[in-house]
Ligand binder design. Structure first.
Ligand SMILES: *[C@@H]1O[C@H](CO)[C@@H](O)[C@H](O)[C@H]1NC(C)=O
Ligand SMILES: *[C@@H]1O[C@H](CO)[C@@H](O)[C@H](O)[C@H]1NC(C)=O
Length: 276
């Protein structure tokens, strides 16, 4: 009895195991998780070529100091409506150069043009604001465009304007008594005390040195992850800084912690001499 039971158990168990393992194989082919995995591999492979970046830098510049940074200050132009920090760019940090594969047209920014003119103007006489936007798009925006929410010129510029609103440095500083001045100077620590709670742990305060050897507050670079969280750490990735065409600016550098710097007033009438 035992023997025959044992025999019959194995007799039926072997085919059953075969059926089960076949079923498992079949299930694997249909399993949505597995399908998602192979999709994911595909996506990942695509990202390896087109979308390698994890962090981006949102850069705001202070127009008064931008003008002083130019070799030829008479090339500077500050539009009348510009009274505050302007956008320099929104730059994904990546190791390869951008694909230059997505041309931008005036119609792409038509609806945003007024806002862009006030918040993202060209500060060079020799370059129209549209040319500036076009350059930023082809150099940086087209690379950013592999991410949802930034995947068109319109969305890229719209997001940049939103970030400009969100990080209203002028207001934050003003509320803390840090205002543009021809006489008063500020220390990095003063500014950090105000901005740290709003800009996270990884942002940079940049200065330029003017012809008199003074430190001028020039830029703020805010580091963001793809999902716009503050404080992205880029590790090995290299940043691509813009060089302003035709007018090489003096080297920008982190404001030295021990040297107080000027936060000059914006003077659209005399951008080359804001304090005269
Ligand atoms: C500076 O720019 C002005 C205005 O474009 C130009 O007239 C002048 O020749 C430039 N000076 C130098 C030294 O390049
Ligand atoms: C300046 O701003 C005002 C109000 O926002 C706007 O009506 C005007 O068109 C702007 N001027 C220029 C030259 O952009």
């Amino acid at each position: 009895m035992n023997r025959s039971f044992g025999h019959s158990m194995w007799g039926s168990a072997v085919p059953l195991l075969l059926i089960m393992s076949t079923a498992v194989v079949a299930l694997q082919h249909l399993n949505p998780a597995v399908l998602r995995d192979s999709n994911y591999d595909h996506q990942e492979a695509q990202e390896k070529t087109f979308c390698t970046w994890r962090c981006m830098i949102f850069t705001l510049q202070w127009p008064a100091a931008f003008c002083q940074s130019l070799d030829n200050v008479s090339l500077c132009h500050i539009p009348k409506n510009v009274t505050s920090w302007t956008i320099h760019g929104l730059w994904p940090l990546h190791t390869e150069t951008c694909c230059n594969c997505w041309t931008m047209f005036p119609s792409d920014v038509q609806k945003l043009e007024a806002e862009l003119n006030d918040n993202w103007p060209s500060l060079l006489r020799t370059r129209s604001s549209y040319k500036f936007w076009q350059m930023e798009w082809s150099k940086h925006g087209a690379c950013a465009a592999c991410v949802d929410g930034i995947n068109s010129p319109h969305k890229y510029f719209q997001l940049s304007l939103q970030l400009r609103q969100q990080y209203d440095l002028h207001k934050l500083l003003e509320d803390a008594g840090i205002t543009p001045s021809c006489d008063r100077r500020y220390k990095v620590a003063d500014v950090q005390q105000v901005l740290d709670p709003h800009l996270g742990a990884k942002y940079e305060i940049q200065c330029v040195t003017d012809s008199k050897g003074r430190e001028l507050w020039f830029q703020v670079k805010v580091s963001l992850s793809r999902n716009l969280m503050l404080g992205c750490s880029a590790g090995e990735e290299k940043e691509e800084e813009d060089h302003q065409e035709g007018a090489p600016p003096s080297p920008r550098h982190p404001c030295p912690p021990q040297t107080p710097f000027y936060y000059l007033p914006i003077n659209p009438e005399h951008p080359e001499r804001p304090c005269s």
